[in-house]
Design a protein around this ligand. Sequence first.
Ligand SMILES: CCCCCCCCCCCCCCCC(=O)SCCNC(=O)CCNC(=O)[C@H](O)C(C)(C)COP(=O)(O)OP(=O)(O)OC[C@H]1O[C@@H](n2cnc3c(N)ncnc32)[C@H](O)[C@@H]1OP(=O)(O)O
Length: 208
Amino acid sequence: MREAFVDRDILTGDDEAGMAALAAEVRALTEAVVRTGVASAEAASVAAEVAALTARLKATRRVHPPYGTVGESGMERQIANPVTGHLNPIAPPVDFKVSEEGIVRAEFTLPTVYEGPPTFVHGGVSAMIMDQVLGMAAAATGTAGMTATLETRYRRPTPLGVPLTVEAKASRVEGRKIYADGTICGPDGRVTVEASAMFIAPQTRPGA
Ligand SMILES: CCCCCCCCCCCCCCCC(=O)SCCNC(=O)CCNC(=O)[C@H](O)C(C)(C)COP(=O)(O)OP(=O)(O)OC[C@H]1O[C@@H](n2cnc3c(N)ncnc32)[C@H](O)[C@@H]1OP(=O)(O)O
């Protein structure tokens, strides 16, 4: 456990930018895959090319995904995070800002690859984004924790392909427990998802 938190390569500058550019292309590839109308022979041909590219990347392999340098808020180092990580092709990615008041906020748009019900965002994807924003709001209190509970209330379907806003703030800290609430809103400002979570700070901070 300790090793997983500590032994990380740190990427900076051109190295981080180069990997982020690769992830962006793979993200575009993923969206192209779910929407392509090419015939099966062309799909098979592309699959062979992608397999060759995968083999090139696997030629050198890190034990764990790398970290970036710690940014202003101290939350940006997980550059392979599945919500915020610019190095992770499955991350939208969502770029959060943390205000001095501890409000964590972002605007983002989700493409077709995140579809659940037709034309709408998959509920599990919304929950993942809420877990992240609520966890960051908890961490903004100065005490980061592991998600112990996460309750999502889906008020309306969340549309794909249009600008959404997500926002969260911690409501209280009770010993090792940090409580936070947040929302996702559609372009009309109406709430589509509400969520509340409780985080528990580890007894011994991982890596400490
Ligand atoms: C500015 C700073 C920069 C920092 C920079 C980094 C920040 C960057 C932010 C990233 C944001 C990422 C956001 C995603 C975060 C995940 O996704 S975490 C992954 C999902 N969560 C997990 O895997 C957690 C798995 N569970 C566990 O590891 C352990 O059960 C926990 C949650 C750590 C608690 O274990 P524990 O410390 O042994 O807890 P324990 O001592 O038994 O109980 C303590 C208290 O909590 C209660 N409790 C324990 N578990 C639960 C539960 N599940 N439900 C309700 N109550 C519970 C107990 O009843 C007890 O209550 P009291 O008796 O004290 O009233």
